[in-house]
Structure formats: structure tokens, C-alpha cells
Design a protein around this ligand. Structure first.
Ligand code: GDP
Ligand code: MG
Length: 444
């Protein structure tokens, strides 16, 4: 599905106007991806409508392909829907976890505690599940793995009493995470119990813990917990499985909240702060940054012909030489055109690349081969400092490579264009660049 979406987008590539048929095609693909990811049907329909409307109404900005235009609309609409990550201030607070049995509350409480500890706070877990046999042992074990304070009482039957006492006993902690019992289904006694705990601990925020595979059931759960205690954020667990967590979209939409954390495994370290671009890429079945980075690295390794260590990031810092350009071209051979690669980086396709001339990164295969031959006839000095190449050198290089002087000049022209393009990235400044990289990397 991901690849068929990419195909549809690919077909639009290069066009500057989008036809109704194009939009229909792409919207259908997106619908299929979203439904498969368990996004609720009515939500998918609403999304489709706004995407269609905007794609046909708005003209693509100059220099933007129809493909980029539609994709950026899809992306914007989805970011709009999921919003930013739930705000989790690094300060004293009490967080209450709600959710059905097996959704991952106990695991998430330990993960979150670990996360807070990493941030330099002192978290404590208060375990109030008196319903499930073994709940106390499991929570205690996980808390010890996270190396955080823990309170529970296997002999006490009243969860409200445990909650109250737990807060007192762990008052040295900055952050209290109150884990609650679940049930197999939404039942009145579960709701009554969590309401009582809520009144007793007066949490600063209530998080709903949802299994990524929840699917269409997310709506009822979100509704009920929101009505009873109010939901301020959602944690989605088990994203390491095949489920893509589309139910979370339903939940945040239903509760007017946002996603806080993602659970990606059974260990306490398997937690990430929610970051919209990666999550959306995953829902749509587009490559995520991790995959992309790995691909870039592999391609770079394959084309690494010289012994010297070469860091792709140098391109963004120092002078862009012909050697860099040669490596770039070789990498493109293994990877596809740079602008498409850029498009796959969440957050880059929509904004940054749009401001660049369409052909800034465009080097056709034939020209690329010629360019390589031409570069082979250059001296080290010329490769390092192409600006110093004058008319007589152009003549010599052309003769040596068996290519036209025109080709040599084209190469120098192309280099200049790419160099200017990269200057724009450099213009973002090191701080911005780092922030962007961090943002693209997700996590926290
Ligand atoms: P609770 O009943 O809501 O407290 O759920 P638990 O925390 O006990 O989790 C239920 C099961 O799901 C356990 O076997 C966990 O190990 C597992 N689990 C929880 N979160 C994740 C996750 O992010 N990934 C995977 N693979 N398993 C998880
Ligand atoms: Mg539990």
C-alpha cells in the first residue's frame, strides 16, 4: 500500500496542475492506507473531503510539483488532526493512567517513570490495581527495572486507599504516576472506581492508554473515559507490532486531546514522545526517517570510494566541492533523486524543497554518467576548488575526457546550482539545523 501510494504520487510528479482525476486517485490511496491503519471511517471521509477541496482549490506555489503540493496538503491536514504532542512539563505533577485491561498501562507507567528519570526528575509509580492477580508483582518488577520509586499494597483491597497512601508514602518524588486497574470491557464499576481514584489523587493530567490495535473500538473507550475523568492525552502502546495505531486519531479527535507517548516494545526503554511527522508517515505507509537514514547510510557506504572519512553533514557545513557532488550523484544512483529522498524526510517535503527551483537537484542519468567521466579528467585541485577552473582548463578537461566543452561547463553550472541550494540549508544556521534534525529524529 505504501508503495502504491508512492506510485500515485510519483505519477503526479512533474505536473504543476492537479486534475480532479489525479486528486481522486490519490485520495483513494490515502483512504485505503488510513483505513488499513484503523483510522475511523468517518474521520477518513472528513479528511478526504478537506484534502480534495484544498487540492483542487489551491494553486500549487511556483516551483512546486503537483505531487509535492498534494502531499503537503495531506500532511498538513493530518498534522492538523493529530496536533502536537501533549504537553508534559518537566515539573512536579501527578499523572493518572486509564485504559482497558491489557492496553499497556502498567508497562507505560514504568516507561514514563523511566523517561522522567532520564530527564532528571524523581518519579514514583503508585500501583492501585487490586483487580488483576499479579498486578502488584508485575508493577513492582517493572518499577525496579526502571529504577524508580514504587508504592503498592498487595494486602489492601481498596484502590482508593492505596492511591491516597501511595502519594503520601512517595512524597519525596517529583512526579507521581498512578497506575489503575482495567477490565476486559467498559463496565460501570471500572468507571466508578477510576472516578473515585481521580477525586482522591487530583491528578494534573489523565492519560488514556490505548493498544495500537484498538481500531474502531477507540471511539467508545475515549468517549467514556473522557466523560468520567476527562482525558488530557493519549499513550499508544505496541507500535512495535503490525498495528499502526490509527485508533489514536479517533481517540484524540473524540477527546479533543493529543498524543503524548508511543510505546514501542516491552522494555522500560521502549518509549518515545509523540512526534507528528513520523507517526503520520507510518500511518500513510511512507518511509520514516529511520528507514531513510539507514538507506542513505547504506548508499553512502556503497559509494564510498575514498579512504578518507566523509560525513554527509559536512556538506551542510563547509564548502560543497565537486568531490561532494560526485559522491552525491553516486548516492543518487543507489537511492533515487535527492529531492525525492528529501521528500521522504518528514517535514522537509512540504516546506523547504518547495522554495528551491525545480531543477536544482535534477541531474539525469546520462548527464550524470558524462559528469563522472568529466570529473575523472580533473585534478585533485580542480575537484576541490571548481571555482578556479578557467577556460583553458575546461578545454583540457574536455579533451582528456572525450566530452564536449559544453558538458564540462554544464557540470560546473550544475555544481554551482547545487552549491547554492545547499547554502540555503546552511542559511538555516547550525542551531536550526540541529533542531530540525532532532525533530525529524523524533523521540525525546
Ligand atoms: P495493563 O493491563 O493495561 O496494565 O497492560 P500491561 O502493561 O500489563 O501490558 C499488557 C501486555 O502488553 C504485557 O504483556 C506487556 O508486556 C505488553 N505490552 C505493553 N506495552 C507494549 C509495547 O509497547 N509493545 C509490546 N510489544 N508489548 C507491550
Ligand atoms: Mg496493569
Amino acid at each position: 500500500l505504501g508503495s502504491s501510494l508512492r506510485d500515485s504520487l510519483g505519477q503526479l510528479s512533474g505536473q504543476s496542475r492537479v486534475t480532479e482525476e489525479d486528486v481522486e486517485d490519490i485520495v483513494k490511496e490515502i483512504q485505503r492506507s488510513l483505513l488499513q491503519a484503523d483510522v475511523e471511517v468517518s474521520l477518513v471521509m472528513d479528511l478526504s473531503d478537506s484534502i480534495k477541496e484544498r487540492a483542487l482549490e489551491e494553486e500549487s506555489p511556483a516551483g512546486t510539483s503537483a505531487r509535492d503540493h498534494v502531499l503537503s496538503i495531506v500532511y498538513e491536514e493530518m498534522v492538523d488532526l493529530v496536533g502536537d504532542s501533549t504537553e508534559i512539563p518537566l515539573e512536579n505533577q501527578t499523572i493518572l493512567l486509564a485504559g482497558l485491561q491489557g492496553s499497556g498501562k502498567t508497562t507505560t507507567s514504568a516507561k514514563m517513570a523511566w523517561w522522567f528519570a532520564k530527564k532528571g526528575l524523581r518519579p514514583a509509580i503508585v500501583q492501585t490495581d487490586t483487580f488483576r492477580p499479579g498486578a502488584y508483582d508485575q508493577a513492582k518488577e517493572m518499577a525496579s527495572r526502571a529504577e524508580v520509586d514504587f508504592y503498592g499494597d498487595p494486602d489492601e483491597e481498596d484502590p482508593v486507599e492505596i492511591a491516597r497512601k501511595g502519594l503520601e508514602e512517595t512524597d519525596e518524588a517529583d512526579v507521581h504516576i498512578v497506575d489503575t486497574a482495567g477490565r476486559h470491557a467498559l463496565e460501570d464499576d471500572l468507571i466508578a472506581e477510576i472516578e473515585e481514584i481521580e477525586r482522591a489523587v487530583e491528578p494534573d493530567r489523565n492519560l488514556l492508554v490505548l493498544d495500537a490495535a484498538i481500531g474502531q473500538g477507540a471511539k467508545d473507550q475515549a468517549r467514556q473515559f473522557d466523560d468520567s475523568i476527562g482525558i488530557d492525552g493519549v499513550a499508544i502502546t505496541k507500535l512495535d507490532g503490525t498495528a499502526k495505531g490509527g485508533g489514536a486519531l479517533t481517540a484524540v479527535n473524540e477527546t479533543d486531546s493529543s498524543i503524548a507517548f508511543l510505546g514501542t516494545g516491552e522494555e522500560v526503554r521502549d518509549i518515545e514522545r509523540f512526534e507528528p511527522s513520523g507517526f503520520i508517515s507510518r500511518l500513510l505507509g511512507m518511509g520514516d526517517l529511520k528507514q531513510l537514514t539507514e538507506r542513505v547510510e547504506r548508499a553512502m557506504e556503497e559509494t564510498q570510494q575514498e579512504e578518507e572519512d566523509w560525513d554527509p553533514e559536512d556538506m551542510l557545513k563547509g564548502e560543497f566541492t565537486l568531490k561532494d557532488m560526485r559522491r552525491q550523484m553516486q548516492a543518487m544512483n543507489n537511492m533515487g533523486p535527492l529531492d525525492q529522498v528529501m521528500d521522504m524526510i518528514p517535514g522537509m517535503g512540504g516546506g523547504l524543497m518547495d522554495e528551491l527551483p525545480d531543477d536544482a537537484m535534477d541531474v539525469t542519468q546520462d548527464r550524470m554518467r558524462d559528469f563522472e567521466v568529466v570529473m575523472d579528467s580533473m585534478t585533485e585541485l580542480e575537484l576541490e576548488n571548481p571555482r578556479a577552473i578557467g577556460a583553458s582548463q575546461v578545454e583540457r578537461i574536455a579533451r582528456g575526457s572525450g566530452k564536449d566543452e559544453e558538458r564540462v561547463r554544464e557540470l560546473l553550472e550544475q555544481h554551482k546550482m547545487m552549491s547554492q541550494t545547499l547554502k540555503q540549508f546552511q542559511g538555516m544556521g547550525q542551531g536550526n539545523m540541529e533542531r530540525m534534525m532532532k525533530k525529524m529524529g523524533g523521540g525525546g
